[in-house]
Design a protein around this ligand. Structure first.
Ligand SMILES: Cc1cc2nc3c(=O)[nH]c(=O)nc-3n(C[C@H](O)[C@H](O)[C@H](O)COP(=O)(O)O)c2cc1C
Length: 161
C-alpha cells in the first residue's frame, strides 16, 4: 500500500535535527547555497559526511557536478539565514557575511561549526541524490545550534537530572 506523502512528511518531521546551509562554487565561479537538514555524519576513519538534495533544486547541478562542498551548521541566531537559503531568492548571499574557503567554496559567518569537504560520491536516492564528502577541514565556534522539527525552529535546552 502506498504511503501518503503528507503522512511521510509528518513522520519524517518528528526526527529533530540541526539546520545547515550547504555551499559550493560551480565551474563558472558562481556560488550556491541550500538549506538542508539531511546532513549526517558517517565515518570517523576516514572522516565522511553525507547530505541529500532534491533533484528538482535549482542548485542541484552545481552540487552534483562540483568537486567540493561546505556544511555550515547554523547557530540559534541564524533563522533568517536558514529561510533565505531555503527560498528562491536570486542572490541568497546578499547581506550574508561569508568568506571563501578551500577552492572558493563559501563559508558563512556566525555559524556553530563548518565542515569543508571534497566530494567523493553521488548515490541515487529516489527524487534526491545523496552526496558523500570526505572532511578536509573543520571549525567549531561554541555558539548554540539552531534546531528544527515538524517544520519549526527550536532552541536546544540541556535537561538536568
Ligand atoms: C529546515 C529546512 C531543511 C531543508 N532540508 C533540505 C534537504 O536536506 N535537502 C533538500 O534538497 N532541500 C532541503 N530543504 C529545501 C531547500 O532548502 C529549498 O528547496 C531551497 O529552495 C533549494 O534551493 P535552490 O532551489 O535554490 O537550489 C530544506 C528546507 C528547510 C527550511
Amino acid at each position: 500500500m502506498a504511503i501518503e506523502k503528507r503522512s511521510l512528511r509528518d513522520v519524517f518531521g518528528t526526527f529533530v535535527t540541526g539546520v545547515t546551509v550547504i555551499t559550493t562554487i560551480d565551474l563558472n565561479g558562481k556560488i550556491h547555497g541550500c538549506t538542508a537538514n539531511s546532513f549526517s555524519s558517517v565515518s570517523l576513519e576516514p572522516p565522511l559526511v553525507l547530505w541529500s538534495q532534491a533533484k528538482a533544486a535549482r542548485s542541484y547541478d552545481a552540487f552534483a557536478d562540483g568537486p567540493r562542498f561546505a556544511v555550515n551548521i547554523l547557530s540559534e541566531a541564524q533563522r533568517e539565514v536558514s529561510d533565505r537559503f531555503a527560498s528562491d531568492a536570486n542572490d541568497k548571499f546578499s547581506g550574508v557575511e561569508w568568506s571563501p574557503g578551500a577552492g572558493g567554496v563559501p563559508i558563512l559567518k556566525g555559524v556553530c561549526a563548518h565542515i569543508e569537504c571534497r566530494k567523493v560520491a553521488n548515490y541515487p536516492g529516489g527524487d534526491h541524490t545523496i552526496f558523500l564528502g570526505e572532511v578536509e577541514a573543520v571549525f567549531k565556534s561554541g555558539l548554540p545550534p539552531l534546531v528544527f522539527a515538524a517544520g519549526r525552529y527550536l532552541m536546544a535546552t540541556t535537561l538536568s537530572l
